[in-house]
Every structure is written in structure tokens, then in C-alpha cells.
Write a protein that binds this ligand. Structure first.
Ligand SMILES: [Cu+2]
Length: 624
């Protein structure tokens, strides 16, 4: 059996992107700060107001494509000269104007292409469920599209400049996209609509430092210029999230779980029956998909909802202040891109604590041995982790409801801060440096030589993650992460039956096996199992990007595994099903599954983006 293989193609498989094209018209696209290019300025669109007007039962909307100045980082910051969509006669916006109407309503959209040098193709203006359709508007031309809104759901429409795209040239121009919401007759419960848009030139330059010009936005703005969403303890939120981009985004909510009520594509929306809803802290949204999520803030404080892909929240996304000048690193603004700040007003907290506080010391240390420089967490102040140690950070195993004070001692040459991913905890301990706050306290940036004590709550048994939330690309690929396991009261961790598999990257641009790791290694110790025993695997994906599967295999055959939990929450019984492989797991996601061998022999647990790409662990199963 081939133990492992890792081919250069894996870069694409992991990043889910394409190689950057050569810069084409960068200087013509960038608007330096303070320069007025004489174009209409595109508004950020918060999607609270729908476009058009009802006349005799028909929704009439005019949409115009115009050249505009778009400032993803907010007014006053540099901007981009882009095509943008306006409701005819109004200022253009990113995202494009919201189209929202009731099921069965007729809509007439008059499309004006005010660009004189290129045609524009519109997509998504058709009844759902699909089929896909498009309409091309000639340069300077007008077309009318008329259709009847179909099934209620969360959809989007978009436009594209120019002739049909060529292969290998995705031309990230998804600032020309907006939400299309169809409400049931009588309307929907109150909600918010958040649209993800991306403009990039060249394509996906966030994977290379200061490589190009990007606008990577939620409702038209990059963090920290995105909206501060104001929330109340106990008031349920219903959000429709539209990924109108060609990139994948694992959307992570800090401090709370959310229920996924629907998932949609370009042509259809699937509204889940209650039994099929998912409870998650991270939901991976593939290109051109939508979701509806519902959650209730049950604790006050300042939180985040963001894409967990490090390249989509890096300050590298910022536009250069002048051509050829790297973007400034604003003090305290260590994130950018796809992040929304959430502010839950003061109110009661749902946290429960039982028993004495457990005190744990965690040391963030620099290692000099393996693969160049590495960071690691250790719980032993004198330990110098060696090549035989597994996982960059040791599994932290806690008991449900027992409060834990973890003091992080920073022995690195750089500042850091630790996020307790998936834990429902007090906001000031959530670990986003300078951001997570409540009760007059804030998670700090822990400077070299400094320390900070986080108070953890362990509200549910399951598999979670702790990881640096500062300079993610550097610190996650450096190794500042580890698994965190919460066990029900009085349950002991049994390493013979309970196995943690933590997948990460050692390079921000992996091209070979040594650039990724499972439990800090490329090759794992052989596991031992006995026929009839049930083994639990806890898979954590905490690279800066990429998506992985898990398979159980024997020779060339894949064998079934049983799903148990997602992101730390046990699946409801009807979702604990047997599958041929673990569903695709994005970064910031965890999944637990079980395997009960029925026959002796040699098996393999395979983790990676494909059956040919990844890292396997061999298992020897002996008769009972
Ligand atoms: Cu993303």
C-alpha cells in the first residue's frame, strides 16, 4: 500500500485557488488615498433596503453598470476603479442593490450598460430553482429581463464585464454581485443579509505578500471598516450569507454555535427540515453558495464572525497607499478582509461553572529543530519539544463545566494571543488581541516575555481548537495551535480508543509532503486496535487554508465510518450516520467519527484533500 504521496497539484487542492496571473493594469485600478478620480463613489450596501418599486403587482427595477470608485477600507483609504451596479439614477453600491420580493411576484429588470467599451453579462436573474440563464447587454445598451420569483430562498445575481472568460482566468470581479432574496408569501422573520464580494488583480494575491490589489469584503467593506453589528442577549439573529465569490470561505462565529437553516447554490436553495439542521461554529461556504444561519447571543461582549481562511483576513489585503508601496500595518488592526465585528449589549450570561478552578500554564515557545523555525505550545516550562513530539501544541483535556484558568506565557520573540475556538466562554477571554472584550476587560496582545490568564468555560463535551489569533499566516504555519478536548464529568480520556488528528501547514505555500503535518508529523506511529472495539477519531483542520476529507481504507477499498460530532457539538442521533468518507472539512472545523473494526488486518486512516494527496496513519487490527 502506498503510504503517502504528495504532488505539486496539492497546492491547488489545498488553497482552492489558481496561480496568480501577471499584473495587468494595477496602476490604472488603484486610487491612491486623497485622489479624486472623478468617478461616482460606490456605497457600502448594508442590504437593509430593497431595490425597485411595485407597480400593479410587478416589481420594477432599473440596474445600471457604471465605472465607480470603490473604497473597501472605507472613505479616506485608497480605492479601486471598478465597474459597479447602481439602481438606475442612484449611486452605485457594493454589493449590488438588493433584490427582494415575495414568491410569485413578477419582476421586470431593466439593465443598462453605461460602460461604453465593453459588453456586460448578467447572471442569476431567473426563477428558482434554475436552470441557469444569462443576458448580455452590449456596450452602452439596454435589455429587459422579466421573470416570476420562484421558491423562497437566499440567492444572488451578478454581472461580468467583457466576453466570456477564458480558461484559467477566473478574473475575480465579484464586486458586481448582489443578493436576490425570495420571501414566502407574507414575508420572512426579521433577518440580515451579508454578501461577500471579491475584487482581485491579479487573481488571489492574498497568498503572496503585497502581491496585488484586492477588495475582499462583507457588505462592501473590509474589517475593521465593516459594520459593527449590534446585538442583544436573548434576541435571536437570522442571517442570510451570500458567497458571491469564486473562493471558498469557512465562516466562523466566535463564542457561540449557530444553526444552519439552509444552503443554496446559484440555481436552488435547500431549506433544511429541523432534523437536518446543523449546529456549527464554522460552516464552509464553497464558491457561489449561500446559507441561512440562526443563533442567539447569550452573553454580552465584543465578538467576531469571520472567514477562517487566514489569507482572507490578513492585513496583506490592504491596498497600497501609493503604487509600489506596501500597505501600512495600522496599529492594533491585525486583521482585514472578511470579518464582521459583533457587539452584544450588556446583559446576563449563560455560563455555568462547577467545581474549583483548574489552573494550567501554557508556554508559547520557539523551537529551533524541525523544519527551520517552529513555534509550539508546551505545558512543561522546562520542556524543549523534540522531533518525537506529536502536535505542535499538546492536547488540552478538560472536564465539562469545570472552569479553567489558562495562563499563556509568551516566550516567543513576537507578540501573540490565543483564541479558544468553539468554546462558549466570556468575551474578554475569547482571545482576539485588542478586540475580545467584556466586563471592562480585554484579551490583550501578549508581548514577548509577558503572560495573560484566560478564563475558560467548558459548556459541552467535544473537540475544539486553541490557536493564535494574531498574524495567523505566520503563527499558524509556525505551529501555534493545538487540540482542546472537553470530556463529560467523570469521564477519563482513553488514548487507546480516543485519537486526535490535527491537520496543519508548515509553509504558507505548501508544495510537498513536508509542508503539511498531521499531529506535527508527516508519518504517524502505527495504531493498534482489536476487532470489535470502537475507536473515536477527533479530526481538527487548522491550516491557514485548504479543505480535507478523512477516509478509512484497506488496500484500495474505502470502508464506512460513523459521524459523531461537528465543531464539538454532538450530532443529533438522526445525523450520526455511516458514510464512505468524512464530509469536506474546512479550516476552523472539527469533526469526530468512529470506527469499529470487524476483521483483523492492516488499515489506514487517510487525511487529505484527495485519496492521492495527504497523510495516512496505519492501523494494525488483531483478533479479539
Ligand atoms: Cu474566506
Amino acid at each position: 500500500m502506498a503510504r503517502m504521496r504528495f504532488v505539486p497539484l496539492s497546492v491547488l487542492a489545498l488553497v482552492g485557488s489558481v496561480p496568480a496571473l501577471a499584473a495587468q493594469s494595477g496602476p490604472d485600478v488603484l486610487i491612491p488615498a486623497g485622489v479624486d478620480p472623478g468617478l461616482p463613489v460606490a456605497d457600502a450596501n448594508d442590504n437593509r433596503m430593497a431595490a425597485g418599486a411595485l407597480r400593479d403587482g410587478t416589481l420594477e427595477i432599473g440596474l445600471s453598470v457604471v465605472r465607480a470608485a470603490w473604497h473597501p477600507e472605507g472613505p479616506g483609504a485608497p480605492g479601486l476603479k471598478v465597474a459597479a451596479i447602481a439602481e438606475t439614477g442612484r449611486v452605485p453600491s457594493v454589493p449590488a442593490p438588493l433584490i427582494r420580493l415575495e414568491e410569485g411576484t413578477r419582476v421586470r429588470v431593466t439593465l443598462h450598460n453605461e460602460l461604453t467599451d465593453t459588453s456586460v453579462a448578467f447572471f442569476g436573474l431567473y426563477p428558482r430553482p434554475g436552470p441557469r440563464d444569462s443576458v448580455i447587454v452590449a456596450a452602452g445598451g439596454t435589455e429587459v429581463v422579466e421573470f416570476v420569483a420562484g421558491a423562497p430562498g437566499t440567492y444572488f445575481y451578478r454581472a461580468r464585464e467583457g466576453p466570456p472568460r477564458e480558461r484559467g482566468d477566473p478574473r475575480e470581479r465579484e464586486q458586481l454581485a448582489g443578493a436576490l432574496i425570495v420571501d414566502p408569501v407574507g414575508g420572512s422573520p426579521p433577518d440580515r443579509v451579508f454578501v461577500l464580494n471579491v475584487f482581485s488583480e491579479p487573481v488571489d494575491t492574498s497568498v503572496t505578500p503585497w502581491g496585488g490589489l484586492e477588495g475582499v469584503t462583507i457588505n462592501g467593506r473590509e474589517f475593521p471598516s465593516t459594520e459593527r453589528v449590534q446585538l442583544q442577549v436573548g434576541r435571536t439573529e437570522r442571517w442570510r450569507v451570500v458567497n458571491a465569490t469564486i473562493r471558498e470561505h469557512p465562516m466562523h462565529l466566535h463564542g457561540f454555535f449557530y444553526d444552519v437553516l439552509s444552503r443554496g447554490t446559484r440555481v436552488a436553495d435547500t431549506v433544511y427540515a429541523e432534523a437536518d439542521r446543523r449546529k456549527v461554529v464554522t460552516e464552509s461556504m464553497q464558491a457561489f453558495t449561500t446559507m441561512t444561519m440562526e443563533w442567539t447571543p447569550t452573553r454580552p461582549g465584543t465578538w467576531l464572525f469571520h472567514c477562517h481562511l487566514s489569507f482572507h483576513v490578513t492585513p496583506r489585503l490592504r491596498l497600497p497607499t501609493a503604487p509600489g508601496v506596501p500597505p501600512a500595518h495600522h496599529t492594533g488592526a491585525h486583521m482585514s478582509g472578511l470579518a464582521l465585528g459583533l457587539v452584544v449589549a450588556p446583559g446576563p450570561s449563560d455560563l455555568v461553572a462547577e467545581g474549583d478552578v483548574l489552573r494550567v500554564d501554557l508556554y508559547a515557545s520557539k523551537l529551533g529543530d524541525r523544519q527551520g523555525y517552529r513555534y509550539a505550545f508546551t505545558t512543561d516550562p522546562d520542556a524543549v519539544p523534540g522531533p518525537d513530539d506529536e502536535t505542535p501544541g499538546p492536547p488540552l483535556i478538560f472536564e465539562q463545566y469545570r472552569p479553567v484558568d489558562v495562563t499563556v506565557h509568551n516566550r516567543l520573540p513576537v507578540p501573540t494571543g490565543v483564541h479558544w475556538h468553539g468554546l462558549e466562554l466570556v468575551a474578554w477571554s475569547d482571545g482576539v488581541p485588542g478586540w475580545s472584550r467584556s466586563d471592562g476587560r480585554v484579551s490583550p496582545t501578549i508581548e514577548p516575555g509577558g503572560s495573560f490568564t484566560y478564563r475558560l468555560s467548558t459548556m459541552r463535551p467535544g473537540t475544539f481548537i486553541y490557536h493564535s489569533h494574531l498574524n495567523d499566516i505566520d503563527q499558524l504555519t509556525g505551529g501555534l495551535y493545538g487540540p482542546l478536548i472537553v470530556l463529560p464529568p467523570d469521564e477519563k480520556f482513553d488514548p487507546t480508543l480516543d485519537h486526535v488528528l490535527t491537520f496543519g501547514w508548515r509553509s504558507e505555500n505548501p508544495s510537498k509532503l513536508e509542508d503539511v503535518e498531521l499531529n506535527g508529523r508527516n508519518e504517524l506511529r502505527v495504531g493498534r486496535a482489536v476487532v470489535g472495539q470502537t475507536h473515536r477519531f477527533r479530526l481538527v483542520n487548522i491550516g491557514p487554508a485548504g479543505q480535507i476529507y478523512a477516509w478509512l481504507r484497506r488496500d484500495d477499498e474505502t470502508l464506512p465510518i460513523t459521524l459523531l460530532a461537528k465543531d464539538g457539538a454532538d450530532l443529533p442521533p438522526q445525523q450520526q450516520v455511516t458514510v464512505e468518507r468524512l464530509p469536506l472539512l474546512g479550516v476552523g472545523e472539527t469533526a469526530d467519527f468512529t470506527w469499529t473494526p470487524t476483521e483483523s488486518g492492516t488499515y489506514q486512516v487517510w487525511i487529505g484533500p484527495a485519496l492521492e494527496i495527504g497523510i495516512g496513519q496505519t492501523w494494525e487490527v488483531v483478533p479479539r
